[in-house]
Design a binder for this molecule. Sequence first.
Ligand code: DOR
Ligand code: ZN
Length: 483
Amino acid sequence: MNDFNTDSPTMLADLVITGATIVTDTAQFAGAVAIKDGVILAIGDASAMPAALEVLDATGQYILPGAIDAHVHFREPGYTHKETWETGTASAAMGGVTTVFEMPNTNPPTGTLPALQMKLEAAKKAYVDYGIYGLLAEDNLDQLETLIDGGVAAFKCFMGNTFGNLPSPSTGAMLEGFEIIAKHGYRIALHAENATIMARRQIALKASGRHDAMAHLAARPPVVAIEAVARAAILAEWTGARIHILHVSSGDELRPLREAKLRGVDITAETAPHYLLLDEHAYEQHGSLIRVNPPVREKKHQDALWQAVADRTIDMIATDHAPHAACEKHKADIWQADCGFTGVETQMPLMLTQVVAGRLSLCDYVRLTATAPANAFGLYPRKGTLLPGSDADIVVVDLAREGIVEGRHLHSLGSSTPFEATPVKGLPIHTLVRGRFVMRDRKLIEAARGHGTSVRRIQHMPAPTPRNLEHTTAAVTRAVMAV
Ligand code: DOR
Ligand code: ZN
């Protein structure tokens, strides 16, 4: 026990972290944090902290809200040789990530209640908290409200094809799905690439004999994203649905995104470290390993994305953690390589390196990785910030600590990363989820396996005002029947 203020035994905290700089999206100050029963009890000067069962000295380090990664693929059920909930969330814990939102392109896809129940069962092994994306597809519109009742935290719609090859819904099905979900307030995340443009391009490229890595980039020109972002925004504007644009990769799609924001559409957007840190040279350097949807693009796009991060057109950084086995990534024929790579554990070291380099402030980093996703998915202020009463989802980082990204040391089953051998400065040292260590001194706390819970218990997404309800298919059909 420490020797702080012991006047009130009822105020005995479980843990006090001292000596660090506390960082939120708006402020950074020296202080201590007291934690009790999984929530933050007090923040302030060390002398003002209650007595505690344990004191952690974090002198010289920084206390941040744990990252909320709105875009991970954990592959279970269905592809457990690529990742499981256990390995994926262990990787998150080691990466300073305290909440993940997990994608529905598993097998079975998370588009029905039984599939959701399988996923919730698998997620019982989670080290960190999680939200589950339900699938919005052509053929499951009658399942959407069942999925909401079953516990999904958001929806995902694959406008463009990617791993799992889930068919993209027609615009008509998307509209009807948006109408249904708009009434409940949940955000719909879009893989915003136009499927038919890409399919035709890919066939033409193959027919012309292209099998090199750069052919993947040629198959997905920015127009696929411009068109899809604009179309999704139109449907969201019409229905009042909240949407989220996943993995913004091009400077060009920023225009429809900015325009939609100006029109008042409830639209958020993310980009990922690979779009901010890599460019066209990645294709010669990494070959098929770099294959990801959407593709890593030319340098001018990278510059535009940094600008959009600065001016807040892009709200958050997520990873699109998409692990595959090494043999599935390394192929002589680009069209045979699975798309995506591991990311949930490398985001924080990579992006803190940018903070140390002066490209991003620490407050901005917290906003992009914690506060903004918490706001977008209805978790703020329980998560995404450090306030008395917030969940004690905390990462203690050391900005002076240097390291090298090494795939074989990641806790994900997917060890292939285009950041292999990249030097980093700024590492997460301890990760706490609701006050419990899931990583301590850079070691996974295996006993915390299963500590993660669904964020649905705290999620607050009040329904916006749905629009144009008199035009919904259901309303129009009823009108015809009444004639
Ligand atoms: O490259 C990708 N891989 N992009 C996605 O959107 C999905 C992901 C996957 O699931 O492998
Ligand atoms: Zn993805």
